[in-house]
Design a protein around this ligand. Structure first.
Ligand code: PLP
Length: 398
């Protein structure tokens, strides 16, 4: 008798977690590990948001809420979508979930039947491929080009579309690359979505982290037709340094939101009531604090790029958004450290952690093996020390 469901057996545990676990183990032995692994802002949740959470407890907002979220929060999200993205969503077109990850997973469960195909451009955020498997849908990976900052094109999408395609996943600004899709690039994707009458799940969780002259555009804002086929995902985790609070949301047509509400009503009830009040304060409060965090990320981004420029064995994709640099390590493959060959991103990440005490995320976790991801959601001091160690280590390989 099989005690664990096949679809769960088919899910792979995250490789990124394995490296994090190893880094933590070294730290617990007193080893000074510098980590470039962070997938969350290193800033504390802003004071005004924490205060709203505390007040929610004191005022007794500690009971069940409506399944799709409290009305004032949905109103604030609706206002935000109009102000920032030029999008009009009524309250029954919005659902609040326990983090953007939960929003995406619920959306996939709401629209996918077993066997439906979900197109995932590679490299991709680790959870997409596994979340697709919960409703027994099938991840279909499509390769993208480094020259195009790994943004998926119309031609690439058309090469993998089949009658079974149900959803295309896009992520802008992207993790792990930090690429930001332009209006033209989104228009091309929208054409594919409209021609095939499928959904696009647009993960916009890094919306606020865009640099230089780049501007975040939501694919839903291109026209009414594409808006109707978009499931827009966003949340508070990254913009407001609220990862542990677990608050995300989706905006889509009424049918999709109603279906997501049905799942949520039975599976989760609703996100934590206290978190919802804190999230409301986050959206309604002074946004200058968000800008100051972004300014700090930008400073670190510049520093990291300057340092990487001078390291011959490493190439990188210039990051336009999010808080990661995707670094090409192809030149290291085939080389050796002591007697160990380095032939994969996992080899490199393991040796770097053991020998230089620097933790990075191997690209294989994102579906591409000749890259590593460095996060700059850590202090400038640690970035400097971590890069010093990487530079020193690379001089020792031959
Ligand atoms: N989408 C992407 C691309 C992410 O990188 C992350 C978090 O790392 C999420 C979604 C999930 O965010 P949340 O903490 O709101 O679930």
């Amino acid at each position: 008798k099989e005690f664990i469901a096949k679809r769960v057996q088919n899910m792979t545990p995250s490789i990124t977690l394995a490296i994090t676990a190893k880094a933590n183990q070294l730290k617990s032995q007193g080893i000074d590990v510098i980590s470039f692994g962070a997938g969350e802002p290193d800033f504390d949740t802003p004071e005004y948001i924490k205060k709203a959470g505390i007040e929610a407890i004191q005022k007794g907002f500690t009971r069940y809420t409506p399944a799709t979220g409290i009305t004032p929060l949905k109103e604030a999200i609706s206002k935000k979508l109009l102000k920032d993205n030029g999008l009009e969503y009524s309250l029954d077109e919005i659902i609040v979930n326990s983090g953007a990850k939960n929003s995406i997973s619920t959306a996939l469960q709401a629209v996918c039947n077993p066997g439906d195909e979900v197109i995932i451009p590679v490299p991709y955020w680790v959870s997409y491929s596994e979340m697709v498997k919960i409703p027994e849908a099938v991840p279909v990976f499509v390769k993208t080009k480094a020259e195009n900052n790994f943004k998926v094109t119309k031609e690439e999408l058309l090469s993998v579309i089949t009658p079974k395609t149900k959803v295309i996943m896009i992520n802008t600004p992207s993790n792990p690359v930090g690429a930001v899709y332009s209006k033209k690039e989104l228009q091309d994707i929208a054409e594919v979505v409209l021609e095939n009458q499928i959904y696009v799940i647009s993960d916009e969780i890094y919306e606020k982290m865009v640099y230089d002259d780049h501007k975040h555009i939501s694919i839903a804002s291109l026209n009414e037709k594409i808006k109707d086929l978009t499931i827009l995902i966003n949340g508070m985790s990254k913009a407001y340094a609220m990862t542990g609070w677990r608050l995300g949301y989706a905006a889509a047509n009424k049918e999709v939101i109603q279906a997501m509400g049905k799942i949520q009503g039975h599976a989760l009830s609703h996100p934590c009531s206290i978190t919802q009040y804190a999230g409301l304060a986050a959206l309604e409060g002074d946004q200058s604090i968000v800008q100051s965090m972004i300014k700090e990320f930008d400073k670190r981004r510049h520093y990291m790029i300057e340092r990487l420029k001078s390291i011959d064995l490493l190439d990188y994709i210039y990051p336009e958004g999010a808080f990661y640099v995707f670094v090409n390590i192809s030149k290291i493959f085939g080389r050796r450290f002591n007697d160990v060959n380095i032939n994969s991103s996992l080899d490199f990440s393991n040796i770097l952690l053991d020998e230089a005490n620097v933790a990075v995320v191997p690209g294989i976790g994102f579906g591409i093996d000749n890259y590593i991801r460095l996060s700059y959601a850590t202090s400038l001091k640690d970035i400097e020390e971590g890069l010093n160690r990487i530079e020193k280590f690379l001089k020792k390989i031959n």
